[in-house]
Write a protein that binds this ligand. Sequence first.
Ligand SMILES: [Zn+2]
Ligand SMILES: [Zn+2]
Length: 208
Amino acid sequence: MRIDLHIHTRPKSPCSAIDPAALLGAAARAGLDGICLTEHQNRWSPEEMEGLLREREIRVFQGNEITTNQGDILVFGYDRDIKGVVPIQDLRNEVQAVGGLMIAAHPFRGFLLFGITQLQMDVEQASRRAVFQYVDGLEVHNCKVTDPENDMARRVAERLGLRALAGSDAHRLDEVGRCVTILEKEVRTEAEPIEELRAGRFTVENRR
Ligand SMILES: [Zn+2]
Ligand SMILES: [Zn+2]
């Protein structure tokens, strides 16, 4: 099952240009079976989700992208509507208590700008970033960052034995489905994809 785990729509994520009404059509055209809405510190109400779900062939899940003192974290299976910057340790405790998953979003975004090569940061140094102590995995394909930044994330995930996920971080319709997580089995409930991701029963693809 092909799913894009990282999508922003407007107005819930003001930085996004994606009209939710056009999202499912774009997802189908991109060959996706499912999408996960990850607005910035914002959630869809059950009624709003119901409205979106009228078109049933694409399954729609909901996560959240939460700003922490250690960067942006995608959270799945944790439905508190959080505003403001959160200490990552507090978020970790709460998410673990409800059996959710925490994924470091674009963990090396902007690092090339500051110069991974100039700073000579190697995988070992990169792996020591505090954020990685608090997450279950990281995005190794994110369409908003450069290839070397994604590559560094992939190498860090390998080194630390963390799950390596993909999500487009789509803010425009044409970005939907560029980075895909492919689950081995079909999932329906909100809990199932989390189970599958936790068990590592998935592969990733970057179609950028
Ligand atoms: Zn954004
Ligand atoms: Zn995002």
